[in-house]
Design a protein around this ligand. Structure first.
Ligand SMILES: N[C@@H](CCC(=O)N[C@@H](CS)C(=O)NCC(=O)O)C(=O)O
Length: 201
């Protein structure tokens, strides 16, 4: 099994953390996003990491990859055993990727977004409800941990970070502290420098 990834990417970090947590060996393939190899481009319709090649079965999109791996390795703690709670966890992961994570990065350049799109606050509450009392050693825990780590590195005072801390802080901090997340995290200084350069911060 090969995992194409980039060290600094929080989405790719989710899958590395999951394979590490489940103690599943994989062949790491580092992708240079500025100079993608012909092989990577031939496998990936999006050109984005992570990409998994499981003996010729190719998947992209971190949430889909992680749910596939959780099923393949029969990870019992991946999702709740309760129907409604499972749906809440899937919803939290989807809205984190569709709304909250992009908002954080877009607002680095345009902080007014926090005022112009105020519905994000209600979605933070929905996420907080979804993870309340749940184990961070789960798909949703890994899903949010890798971004939470980076958000706190970059702007711990951003309105979104403050709201997430209020509604889900304990869960998020425990998720970041999972050994599999820690073991697969990038080095802070070079990551932060590259993002600050990218966003002109
Ligand atoms: N929705 C995707 C997002 C993946 C993504 O945006 N990856 C970035 C790096 S963090 C990427 O590879 N971008 C392509 C590029 O920079 O050319 C997922 O969850 O896998």
């Amino acid at each position: 099994m090969r995992l194409f990834f980039t060290d600094g990417c929080p989405y790719a970090h989710r899958t590395r953390a999951l394979l590490t947590l489940l103690e599943q060996p994989f062949e790491p393939v580092v992708v240079d996003l500025k100079n993608k190899s012909p092989e990577f481009l031939s496998l990936s319709p999006t050109g984005a990491v992570p990409l998994l090649d499981d003996g010729g079965f190719v998947l992209f999109e971190s949430a889909v990859i992680n749910e596939y791996l959780a099923e393949k390795y029969e990870w019992k703690g991946a999702l709740s055993s309760e129907l409604h709670q499972r749906a809440r966890e899937r919803l939290a992961m989807k809205r984190f990727d569709d709304l909250l994570a992009p908002l954080f990065f877009q607002a680095l350049k345009d902080p007014a977004l926090y005022q112009s799109k105020p519905s994000w606050r209600r979605e933070v509450e929905v996420l907080g409800h979804a993870v309340k009392g749940q184990s961070p050693k789960s798909l949703v825990g890994l899903h949010v941990a890798t971004h939470w780590l980076r958000m706190n590195w970059l702007v711990p005072t951003a309105p979104l970070v403050v709201a997430l801390r209020e509604h889900a802080g304990a869960f998020l901090d425990e998720a970041v502290a999972l050994p599999a997340v820690v073991a697969t995290s990038p080095e802070r200084a070079p990551w932060e420098a590259s993002i600050r350069a990218l966003f002109g911060l």
